[in-house]
Design a protein around this ligand. Structure first.
Ligand code: SF4
Length: 384
């Protein structure tokens, strides 16, 4: 695929993630899925998975991610990858770093038509990472899997979760990922849910410091940097670009287009790119649970229904839940009146996790819109 086209997010998810199973032999401290060793008896079957892949392809979804749990716990993983690739979707997966992840498995992932394999690496050192993931040897296994992926020319993505525990090691993580020959670095900002409620969160000010590091890395690296559950990174980058053009960091009106640094539609070697428009919960994105429930995000426990009863198309396009999330001007608090809300909108998942209302403002953002540009809406003055 040469680049990513502009997509109408009212009709089509840019990315669809299917949590193929909750089964996993790791016990990661931040696990959204609260994974466990055994399969849930109500997990979607192979035929139901094929149907989901067909429905996603019919909607025009370009990127389909098979997540978990550990996707390698499913015997039909290679079949599902081939099935999705034959439907012309870019297929990606994130196998857990356990003894199930062997060289033979990595070779078969490539042969099945996988476009990109992700490995989760949260800390730059083995002892820290293994303690976070709950299994000794997880770091070494991930490093080994990355080598195998290079051997079989399978593009590699690293997923890193930033929270109070991992953020202090960010510069060392940057040094590590720059040595690993990856095409894509996905940085997740913690949403305190599942086992993650016990982890240390970040402050809005810390997020800005982290954004500065990620922006520097993004400008100076061949691999793509994708930020997940911190869409205000797009506001940060837009403000940096305004400053570079000697424009005010606080715009006079709504900002409609993503900053140019974020429009990189392909990674090295034609690997998976970034969306041309900002993706957020329910806006270019949908998540399907292991039992078929459809959510706007894997971190936002509000469902539009189940695949066993409704079509993906109707839930994504027509449910009030998804439609509401595509109307950022109706969000509450500062996110609703922010000049950047079309390209940002705040993390709806974090708003829900920390306030109980997914339409509330994202508490981890420092930005305050200009009062004078938002007559009658009563915005606070800005520290940003
Ligand atoms: S106030 Fe909300 S919409 Fe505006 S930049 Fe912050 S998180 Fe994004």
């Amino acid at each position: 695929m040469n680049g990513m086209p502009r997509i109408d997010y009212n009709k089509t998810p840019f990315v669809l993630i299917w949590e193929t199973t909750q089964a996993c032999d790791l016990t990661c401290r931040h696990c959204r899925a609260a994974a466990q060793p055994n399969h849930h008896p109500g997990e979607l079957t192979t035929e139901e998975g094929e149907d989901l892949l067909r429905q996603a392809a019919e909607l025009g979804t370009p990127i389909f991610i098979l997540s978990g749990g550990d996707p390698l716990k499913r015997a039909d993983l290679f079949h599902l990858i081939r099935y999705g690739a034959d439907l012309k979707m870019r297929m990606a997966t994130v196998p857990a770093a356990t003894p199930l992840l062997t060289e033979d498995v990595v070779r078969k992932l490539k042969e099945s038509g996988l476009s990109q394999m992700a490995q989760s690496v949260d800390f730059p050192r083995a002892e820290l990472h293994d303690s976070f993931r709950g299994v000794p040897g997880a770091f070494a296994r991930s490093m080994q899997a990355i080598e195998w992926a290079h051997k079989y020319h399978l593009p590699v993505q690293i997923n890193t979760t930033l929270c109070g525990q991992s953020a202090p090691y960010l510069e060392d993580m940057v040094n590590l990922v720059q040595r690993l020959g990856i095409v894509f670095w996905e940085v997740f900002f913690l949403v305190p849910m599942g086992r993650g409620v016990d982890l240390g969160g970040l402050t809005a000010a810390q997020c800005e410091e982290i954004f500065a590091v990620l922006y520097r890395v993004q400008k100076n690296s061949r691999f793509l940097v994708k930020v997940t559950e911190a869409p205000h990174y797009r506001r940060y980058v837009a403000q940096c670009e305004m400053e570079e053009k000697a424009e005010p960091r606080r715009p006079h009106g709504p900002v409609d287009d993503l900053p140019s640094q974020l429009i990189r539609t392909e990674g090295p070697g034609h690997s998976i790119g970034l969306a041309v428009q900002g993706v957020n919960s329910g806006q270019g994105f949908a998540f399907v649970s292991h039992t078929g429930d459809v959510y706007p995000s894997g971190f936002l426990p509000a469902s539009a229904g189940n695949l066993r009863e409704h079509r993906l198309k109707s839930m994504y396009q027509d449910s009030e839940l998804f439609r509401q999330l595509r109307r950022p001007h109706e969000f509450k608090g500062v996110c609703g009146i922010c000049e950047f809300n079309k390209i940002c909108g705040g993390s709806r998942s974090r708003a829900f996790a920390l306030t109980g209302d997914y339409l509330e403002s994202d508490p981890w953002c420092v930005y305050r819109p200009a009062t004078k540009s938002i007559a009658g809406k009563g915005a606070a003055s800005s520290p940003a």
